[in-house]
Design a protein around this ligand. Structure first.
Ligand SMILES: [Zn+2]
Length: 390
């Protein structure tokens, strides 16, 4: 039974009725219609419940593994961005070691029944699930899979593990910390020397919306935009863009800033809804406000420009990273011709090329990788206005 039949009947019935049809009548009619055509005609294969249940669990395990694998990639790029740009974050900084540990209990409840198997983590001791390459934890020889029992002599809790460790290390500062570690049944104590980095959390959400956003509290990266990046340098450009919104004070004027503008507010609402918090369309409404738009395009261009410097300072080669805007233009074709809150993709593409040329020139001359501002010691505001005029 095809859609054409359904369409014809609906059109026919509406045309015959000169007066409005009540919702109740339409509902009864539609449900009767659907019931009459709902049964499949093919002889479907029988499936044992336990076979389906086993596949379901396999999918859960694969999903969780992939989530944490992608998150590790994001954490690694974010760590380099945070530490290379610590000066730009002013007082919003914290000591960190580039390691995340977890127990099944420390993860959201819905993951707990399969997290141990998926991530090879035990219930009785926190286990490192992510050690960022080149981080203090990695330099101290720690690897994913190491069990961690104590930090500076304090027992590491089995609940809220990652947050507890983050807080303890932040309080500790850059003095060496002692971690009691068990690997292959052998206990030892490892000394790790934290480094300072920007402290704004960078979170990873499973959400097919191709976007990233920044608020005062956090940066959000969606799986949609992570999948669009074809290199860590492109991901660094995305994270750098969001960090720039935060460091340049754009957030004081606009509650949220995102990486793409088309229906950006609605995308954030959906993203937050997916995370379990209903915004009631608040961001969409806010994005509709003209006040929030006043400097929007200028802010976005500035975040692209400064964000590219943040990526370059973290050691990423920004050459070719402008390709992400061509890919974005493909998935959001309306952004090729118009942009209300954000520059059109052609502007973003060309600007990253120009910024890369500027960065490469500074590298050749041995000059510091500082974005050009109107005057050396000015706050970002004049640069924003300059960008908004162009
Ligand atoms: Zn933005």
């Amino acid at each position: 039974m095809g859609d054409a039949t359904l369409g014809h009947k609906v059109r026919g019935s509406v045309l015959r009725q000169a007066r409005p049809v009540s919702v109740a009548v339409m509902t009864v009619w539609a449900s009767g219609f659907l019931t009459s055509c709902a049964a499949p005609v093919a002889q479907l294969p029988d499936m044992a419940k336990d076979v389906v249940a086993a596949e379901q669990r396999a999918q859960q395990i694969a999903q969780l593994r992939r989530y944490y694998s992608e998150r590790h990639r994001m954490d690694a790029v974010a760590f380099r961005i945070r530490t290379a740009n610590v000066a730009a974050c002013k007082d919003r900084i914290a000591a960190q070691i580039g390691l995340t540990a977890a127990t099944p209990r420390s993860l959201p409840r819905r993951y707990q029944s399969y997290a141990s198997e998926a991530l090879s983590i035990g219930w009785s001791r926190p286990t490192a699930i992510s050690v960022v390459e080149g981080s203090p934890a990695a330099q101290a020889g720690l690897v994913a899979g190491d069990e961690l029992t104590a930090l500076n002599g304090d027992l590491i809790p089995l609940w809220g593990t990652a947050n507890w460790m983050w807080r303890k290390i932040a309080e500790n500062g850059t003095d060496p910390v002692r971690l009691d570690v068990r690997r292959d049944g052998v206990d030892r104590t490892v000394t790790v020397t934290p480094v300072m980095g920007c402290s704004i959390p960078v979170e990873y959400h499973i959400d097919e919306t191709v976007n990233a956003s920044a608020s005062d509290l956090k940066i959000l990266i969606t799986s949609g935009i992570l999948a669009l990046t074809q290199s860590d340098a492109e991901l660094a450009l995305v994270i750098g863009h969001e960090l720039a919104h935060s460091t340049l004070g754009h957030l004081d004027k606009q509650r949220w800033n995102t990486i793409v503008g088309a229906a950006a507010g609605a995308a954030i609402d959906v993203g937050i809804l997916a995370g379990g918090v209903s915004t009631g369309g608040a961001f969409r409404k806010q994005f509709g406000g003209l006040g929030a738009m006043a400097y929007s395009v200028g802010f976005e261009r500035e975040a692209d420009y400064v964000g590219a410097y943040y990526a370059a300072r973290a050691g990423y080669d920004t050459k070719g990273t402008e390709e992400i805007w061509r890919r974005m233009a493909f998935v959001q074709p309306q952004s090729i011709l118009s942009g209300r809150t954000h520059p059109i993709m052609a502007v973003r593409f060309v600007q990253i090329q120009k910024t890369t040329a500027e960065i490469e020139d500074k590298k050749r001359r041995g000059r510091p990788l500082e974005p050009e501002l109107k005057s050396a010691d000015a706050d970002p505001a004049p640069a924003v206005e300059a960008a908004a005029r162009h």
